[in-house]
Every structure is written in C-alpha cells, then in structure tokens.
Write a protein that binds this ligand. Structure first.
Ligand code: GLC
Length: 457
C-alpha cells in the first residue's frame, strides 16, 4: 500500500515537472523528459500525448491548464484558405507545438508534420481536440468557452474538413498512413480503425458542443446523418469473430451490384484463417484494423478497439466480446506491460513491404507489436464501462511492478512486452499520466463520463 502510494506521488511529481509554460501560464506537457538522450521533438507538446495529462488535470481540479491548452492550440489552427500547398489545410490542428523565444519574446510554434519524420499528417489531432474540449466542458460546466465564437468556428472548420469535401463513398474517414498514434508507415492508409473510433467520438462530442444556431445548422445535420451509417458500417463490416470468419471464408467474389454480400470483394486467400480460428476464443471478437477494396487487415489494434468500447461505437455485445478476447489472450495483448499497440507484429516479407523496412518498427518492437504503458488508461476506461473492473485491477498490478523501476519508459518490446523498448524514451509523460489516469478511473468510475458516450439513439 505504501509502495503504491509513493508510486502515485512520484508520478504526480513527474507530471508536474513536464508542464510547459507560455507567458507564465501552464499550457501543456512535453512528450518526454529523458535526461540521457537528445530531445529531438520530444520536448514538444503533442496533442494526442496531452490528452491523458489533460484528463488527469481535469480530475484534479486543474482545468485551467486544459483551458489554456485548448485556447493556444485553437489559435494554431489555420482559418483561411490558401493556395500555397506547402501550408497546412484549413481546420487542421497540429501534431505538436513548442514555446520558443524569438526577439526576446515567447512564441508558440506549431508542427503540422512538416518537421516530423516522414512528414506524416496528424489527422487524429483535430479529433482528440474536440474530444478533449467536450471532456473539459463536461468537467467544468464551462459551456461559455465552447460557445465562444472562435471555438464554434474551430469546431466547424474541423467538421468541414471531415464531412464536406471528400473523395470517398464510405461513412468512415479516409486518411494517409501514419495519421495517428502510429505515426510511421504501418499499412494504416485508407480507413484504419484507430482513426474511425476517434472520428466517431469527435462527431459525438461536436454534436454536444455546437450551438444550435443558423451558422451551425448544416453541420449539425451533416454530422447526425453520418453517425448511423458509420456505426452500421463499423459494427457490420469491421467485426471479426468465428461466426463472421465462417461467412467470409465462403464469400463469393467478383460480385457486381448494390446488394452483394462481399461488398469489398475480399479474397479468402488474403485472410490468415487458420491462425485466426485458433486465436479467437468462442466468446471473443474484435474490430478489424482496416477495411478497403479487397483488403481487410486482420491485425488487432488497441486504440481503435478500446475507444470503440468507450465511445459506444461498438455494440454492447461486441464490447463484451472484445474484452473476452483480451482476457483470454492476456499474454498476447497485455503481457508484461499493458498493453500491446497491435497484434500480431508484421514479420519478414510483410515487414519489408508494409513498413518499408523500418528498423525502428521491426517485429515486436515500437508500433509493430510493442507494448505501450499509455494504453492502460483506455483499457481501464473500457473495462470500467463494461463492468469488468477485475481486469483493470489486474492490469494495473502488472504495470506497477515496472513503471517506476524502468523510469516510465515510452514503450516495451518483445512478444510479451518484456524488454524496455530499444529506443524508448524514459520519463515519457503519457506513460506517467496514463498510469495516473487509470488509477483515477479505477478509484472513481464517475470520471469515466469525461470520455465515454452512451449508445447513439
Ligand atoms: C512517437 C509516437 C507518437 C507520439 C510521439 C510523442 O512519435 O509514435 O504517437 O505522439 O512519439 O510522444
């Protein structure tokens, strides 16, 4: 008990030390404070990384930091259309920002991917931004902030980006590879589940935040008309369990017309049926990693599946089945450090072709089957929502054995996540905040409502 107490204290201190100030006001947290390696861009505040810190701050009555963060990042969002293609598009929220001194004055500098490795675009930032604004309003009841003209405009611009002009016929959101937490090439172009769950939660959040006036009418209508088709598409076409595998196994191909069963023309040979039928427990299932023309990615992705539970994008039965799968395949998916970012890893030729021979993403390392401590809060939120708290206690117990000893590593490698990641940063803020948030969610289920949604009516 005492050990647990001091771990929490240590984590709170480390979180405090990671806070970034702008003109004397706290505005975010840096990604990592590893004294032993070159900071690269880990000295910046990443939007996705800050979410776990922000939720802890909201719970601990420090909403001011979250408010400052939302204001600062909103100012970085491009508002005017430009012909210059090297400039970020209207509505985008950057991947990260930092506070720099220029001519003796502090200045906030955004990175929309133009400095990032491989120039990946941060699609998830604008989605997390809405999810976080909604959590802030939920916690503080400060609707006045969300209803401010600049915030309403910010939400509208994000929605326009996602809903209005598109190259697509699906209700899901089309993105390039590396558009979210997995921000390197990993075969996640198209319609990856990690993005779709955040997209759905952002739409739900926006529907609460948009003031019902004339300016917003069109977008409110647009988002509501997107939600039901999105839910149906994900719940029906992304779902994988033994029953579904049986259907897919016997799919007819090359079907033409509107009412065909094999809508995406999936060829049976592209699916690892033998491994999957062995791996899937009778009562388990999950949402596939990606779906597109003749392509169903059968890897399990944690963010997409857990956030689908938390946001009610997955049905109640599906949510229970996802947790059944995790419970039954505990060693694969939780292992020695909760939890695996995706499973299984891409190996050999698949690794070569899909990652482009990325040495950081070798099999069972980093994004390619590594274990990430930050994911523990999403896991705990999901089990809390579905009344399976015993699983959350178990996961926290495992994490507590190593988090502090390994100096709050960014990620772990190996099939069970036993090794501290080869290039993992130490004192990674979202590992610290993710743990604190998991503890808070476990201790007080009331906090779950900051990020969860009931079923869409
Ligand atoms: C790595 C991760 C990314 C994270 C960033 C900062 O690039 O892949 O998800 O936001 O580090 O921690």
């Amino acid at each position: 008990m005492i050990a647990e107490q001091s771990l929490v204290e240590e984590a709170f201190q480390a979180l405090e030390d990671s806070i970034i100030y702008y003109n004397g006001r706290p505005v975010g947290t840096i990604a990592a404070r590893d004294p032993e390696v070159d900071a690269l861009n880990y000295d910046q505040c990443f939007i996705r990384d800050f979410v776990s810190s922000a939720l802890v701050f909201l719970i601990k009555d420090r909403a001011e930091i979250v408010r400052n963060f939302l204001e600062v990042t909103l100012k970085l969002q491009p508002k005017e259309r430009q012909l210059d293609s090297s400039k970020p598009g209207v509505g985008l929220i950057p991947a990260s920002f930092k506070v720099e001194i220029s001519n003796g004055k502090e200045q906030v500098k955004a990175d929309f991917g133009e400095h990032a490795i491989a120039r990946v675009s941060p699609v998830d930032s604008c989605l997390w931004w809405i999810i976080l604004l909604r959590a802030y309003v939920n916690s503080t009841k400060d609707t006045a902030l969300a209803y401010r003209a600049d915030f309403q405009q910010g939400i509208r611009l994000i929605l326009e980006l996602c809903l209005v002009s598109r190259f697509d016929m699906e209700p899901t959101l089309l993105v390039t590879d590396g558009a979210s937490m997995i921000d390197r090439r990993m075969g996640l172009y198209g319609h990856p589940i990690d993005i779709q769950s955040l997209f759905y939660a952002a739409l739900r959040g926006a529907s609460e935040l948009l003031f019902p006036n004339k300016d917003n009418q069109y977008l409110i209508k647009a988002l509501h008309s997107r939600l039901n088709p999105l839910i149906k598409h994900i719940q029906e076409n992304y779902w994988l369990n033994t029953e579904r595998l049986n259907v897919i196994y016997r799919y007819k191909v090359e079907e033409y017309g509107e009412n065909v069963l094999n809508r995406f023309n999936i060829y049976s040979d592209s699916i690892p049926f033998h491994t999957l039928t062995e791996w899937l427990p009778e009562t388990g299932g999950y949402l596939a990693g990606n779906l597109g023309p003749s392509h169903i990615d059968c890897r399990f992705f944690a963010v997409g599946n857990l956030m689908a539970i938390v946001s009610s994008l997955a049905s109640k039965q599906q949510s229970q089945a996802i947790l059944n799968l995790i419970e039954e395949r505990w060693s694969d998916l939780l292992g020695d450090m909760p939890m695996k970012i995706c499973f299984p890893a891409l190996e050999d030729i698949e690794w070569k072709i899909i990652t482009g021979c990325d040495p950081k993403n070798r099999a069972w390392s980093y994004h390619n089957g590594g274990n990430w401590p930050v994911l523990i809060w999403m896991f705990v939120a999901a089990v809390q929502k579905m009344g399976r708290t015993e699983l959350g206690h178990e996961a926290i117990k495992i994490a507590e054995k190593r988090l502090s000893k390994d100096e709050w590593a960014e990620y772990y490698d190996g099939k069970k996540g036993t090794l501290v990641g080869k290039e993992a940063r130490k004192y990674q803020t979202w590992s610290i905040a993710g743990y604190l948030l998991a503890k808070e969610l476990m201790a007080n289920p009331r906090h779950l409502k900051l990020v969860s949604f009931d079923e869409y009516p």
